[in-house]
Design a protein around this ligand. Structure first.
Ligand code: F6P
Length: 529
């Protein structure tokens, strides 16, 4: 029997076994947890027992996770549908050794660009710039936007704004109220062709010229294409380049992180890189059982591919991490949302999960109802810091932590019918009405979750957390046998949008499209002002 089959049999045999029963093993809380620098991942509140875990570890071993990890760090072209290495780790390899691609050490180039970014960031922070507008989308937006929000207590540079959507509302709302003479626009696009970003960049350039600014000095670009940034008119000394071995959703560690560096300063940015580097080191050397990314990935594979839970909720109990679910959504879904394996064969199981979520405690008052009492099981991934950044509001933080722990406990324990019935009896209800009301108050419980706790969300910790999730996605992709580093699934929609543009502009007949699309286009055309 192969390992997947063995795991499925284990799942079938577990049936309704209560997770709580697993704590008869007195060591479980510590044994089903992984610790590394200033953080602890608990996966004891899942239905994974020692035998299941042994099978999951065997799966990681059989699929060659360790060898593929080493190949990635060594600069081998593991993104083999695009013929590229995958080396976002080189961007944070601050004092590591050489990293070679095609026989060339890439580290001098990485460190040189980083040094130029530092000088530029210091100049901006010391000058008259009051506002920075980062124009980018996907990985060229979500990473820096998430990190700038996450590290607000360390933000001592100019204000940062992020424009991504081609919807003119986004750039209009952002530019309104900004002073074109003291605004720096950063055009962040790996390819420098993305229609949303280029459209917004042209609009920002026109706004700056119309309002007395000087795009020749107030525009910077982050891209792999020197020709395209030059054609746009951006001075070469304000262009920060990177190579095609940095995937968009893995790019916050290099030039794409420039807005973050301007916000928190080069020292803070260095700490962010060092946090990621610490996680890289942990991922490379820790045994699989003590390896946080590997264990987090195996828990994810168990829930998604074996148990069949199609979604995963990312639930940071940290208001400043409210963009993290969206960031993780791109990271996981663009990386592991694939239907074929490396060799082109159909994936014989489900691809990666739907990732969604929101910051706690807000989600508790919105969608947790379904998580607790809905018919589908949603594995939850909680996270919370031991310390906030508001010592004068420590009672808020105590409430935040209590709520976070309460949710995972409630999901696991549930509330049985007998308890709910007693509650209703205590309220004075009797007979059928007591039973009816009790049934509405039952929580099935036995719902799995993981919890990541850490000391404080500082730049180093954020670097560790983001790198943890990057490596988790990598391990899941390796076990599934897919290429986590391409994204062909975004192409078709882009192509059709381009071909629909003349239809919307009235230059082409809607009849060329399918009847539904044609009818929708006709409605939009006839109803526009
Ligand atoms: O359309 C998907 C995508 O290619 C993402 O992978 C990427 O992060 C985003 O678009 C932006 O791409 P670019 O940085 O080239 O503008």
């Amino acid at each position: 029997m192969d390992i997947w089959e063995a795991l499925k049999s284990r799942h079938a045999a577990i049936g309704e076994r209560p997770i709580l029963a697993l704590f008869e093993d007195a060591d479980r809380a510590d044994d089903f947890a992984v610790q590394t620098q200033h953080m602890r991942l608990d996966y004891a509140k899942t239905n994974i027992d020692r035998d299941t875990r042994a099978d999951l570890l065997a799966l990681a071993d059989a699929t060659g996770v360790a060898a593929k990890r080493d190949a990635m760090f060594a600069g081998e072209k593991i993104n083999d549908t695009e013929g590229r290495a995958v080396l976002h780790t080189a961007l944070r390899n601050l004092d590591g050794g050489p990293v070679t691609v095609d026989g060339q050490d890439v580290m001098p180039g990485v460190l040189d660009t980083l040094a130029r970014m530092r000088l530029f960031a210091e100049k901006v922070r010391a000058g008259d710039i009051t506002d920075v507008v980062n124009i980018g989308i996907g990985g060229s937006d979500l990473g820096p936007a998430m990190a700038v929000a996450a590290l607000a207590p360390y933000h001592d540079g100019p204000r940062c704004h992020f424009v991504s959507n081609v919807d003119g509302a986004h750039i209009a709302d952002t530019l309104r109220g900004l002073d074109a003479k003291t605004t720096l626009v950063i055009v962040a696009s790996k390819t420098f062709t993305t229609i949303e970003t280029m459209t917004n960049a042209r609009t920002a350039k026109a706004w700056m010229m119309d309002h007395g600014g000087n795009p020749a000095v107030q525009f910077a670009a982050l891209s792999t294409s020197d020709e395209k940034t030059a054609a746009f008119g951006i001075a070469p000394d304000q262009v920060f380049g990177f190579e095609d071995w940095v995937g968009g959703r893995y790019s916050v560690w290099g030039p794409i992180g420039l807005s973050l560096m301007i916000a928190i300063g080069p020292k803070g940015f260095d700490a962010f890189l060092r946090g990621a580097q610490a996680m890289d080191q942990h991922f490379r050397v820790a045994t699989p059982l003590q390896n946080m990314p590997i264990m987090l990935a195996l828990v994810g594979l168990w829930h998604n591919q074996v148990c069949g839970y199609a979604t995963r909720a990312a639930l940071p109990y940290d208001q400043r991490l409210s963009l993290l679910p969206a960031y993780l959504q791109q990271l996981e879904m663009e990386s592991n949302g694939k239907s074929v394996q490396m060799d082109g064969a159909a994936l014989p199981m489900h691809s990666g999960p739907v990732v969604w979520g929101a910051a706690g405690t807000n989600g508790q008052h919105a969608f947790y109802q379904l998580i607790h009492q809905g018919t589908r099981v949603i594995p939850c991934e909680f996270m919370v810091a031991a310390n906030g950044h508001e010592p004068e509001l420590v009672h808020h933080h105590h409430l935040l932590m209590a709520n976070c722990l309460a949710q995972s406990e409630a999901l696991m324990r549930g509330r049985p019918l007998a308890v709910a019935t007693r509650m209703m009896a205590d309220k004075g209800l009797t007979g059928l009405e007591k039973d009816r009301q009790a049934r509405h108050r039952v929580f099935a419980g036995n719902r799995p979750s993981t919890t990541l706790v850490y000391e404080r969300l500082d730049p180093f910790m954020l670097g560790q957390i983001v790198a943890l999730y990057e490596h988790r996605v990598f391990v899941e992709g390796v076990v599934l046998g897919i290429n986590s580093y391409d994204q062909w699934g975004v192409e078709l929609g882009k192509e059709l949008a381009t071909s629909l543009q003349p239809v919307i502009e009235g230059a082409e007949d809607p009849e060329t499209r399918d009847p539904s699309t044609a009818a929708l286009a006709r409605y939009l055309i006839t109803h526009r002002d």
